[in-house]
Design a protein around this ligand. Structure first.
Ligand SMILES: Cc1cc2nc3c(=O)[nH]c(=O)nc-3n(C[C@H](O)[C@H](O)[C@H](O)COP(=O)(O)O)c2cc1C
Length: 194
């Protein structure tokens, strides 16, 4: 009760929720999007999927993670409305790439345009290259490419979680990885974003 009153009476204490031994307020209640700002830099990937016309769609995705090294598995979450989601649910193939710094502006573009009626690689001038045993292409400027088969997907709130078996992995140390800063407001390399 006392804490409640304190909070109601003092603007400073209004959002303060956790107090240390000395009585100092150290943490306040925040929402999950605010937490995403505090965890910046967050990962950035370009999810590459096959469109019905044989071209490759590219979508910016921060919510991806390694799941298992034995067997190799990854997962990523995409809004239910995403075109990329439709594509991977229909052909079960996807390549998740970590884009290089050279294509930073294009990566932001791929995160604010749907591939439903746009060829993003042309629009944002992203050079695509072929990889073995895949009709999905990947950006030439990629630090990592993880070629996957969709194993299963689950509804998680307003997203689907795509759980994938990893078929092949490629890497290029010369490309600088991009990250999302200030939540997802800015894309930059780790040093540039500081
Ligand atoms: C930095 C950044 C990170 C993003 N991360 C995600 C994500 O993790 N999941 C998601 O569904 N959308 C994410 N988006 C938004 C999608 O990229 C966006 O909705 C895109 O238009 C989807 O394209 P599509 O409809 O061609 O699949 C992100 C956008 C940006 C700029």
């Amino acid at each position: 009760m006392l804490n409640f009153k304190k909070r109601m009476n003092s603007g400073q204490l209004l959002n303060k929720e956790i107090v240390n031994k000395k009585g100092n307020n150290i943490m306040k209640k925040i929402d999950l999007p605010q937490a995403a700002k505090l965890t910046s830099p967050n990962p950035v990937s370009l999810v590459c999927t096959l469109k019905p016309d044989g071209s490759t769609n590219l979508a910016t995705v921060s919510w991806w993670t390694y799941l298992s090294f034995n067997p190799n598995m990854i997962a990523y979450a995409m809004a239910k409305t995403s075109y990329s989601g439709e594509m991977v649910r229909s052909n079960r193939k996807v390549i998740l790439t970590v884009p290089g710094a050279e294509i930073v502006d294009a990566v932001m573009g791929c995160g604010s345009t749907t591939g439903r009626n746009t060829d993003k690689s042309s629009k944002f001038e992203i050079e695509l290259v072929e990889i073995e045993q895949s009709n999905i292409k990947i950006p030439a400027h990629s630090r990592v490419a993880i070629q996957c088969n969709l194993k299963e997907y689950h509804e998680v709130g307003d997203h689907y979680l795509y759980i994938c078996d990893v078929e092949q992995v490629y890497g290029d140390e010369a490309e600088k990885a991009l990250f999302a800063w200030d939540g997802y407001a800015k894309i930059a390399t780790a040093t540039q974003g500081e």
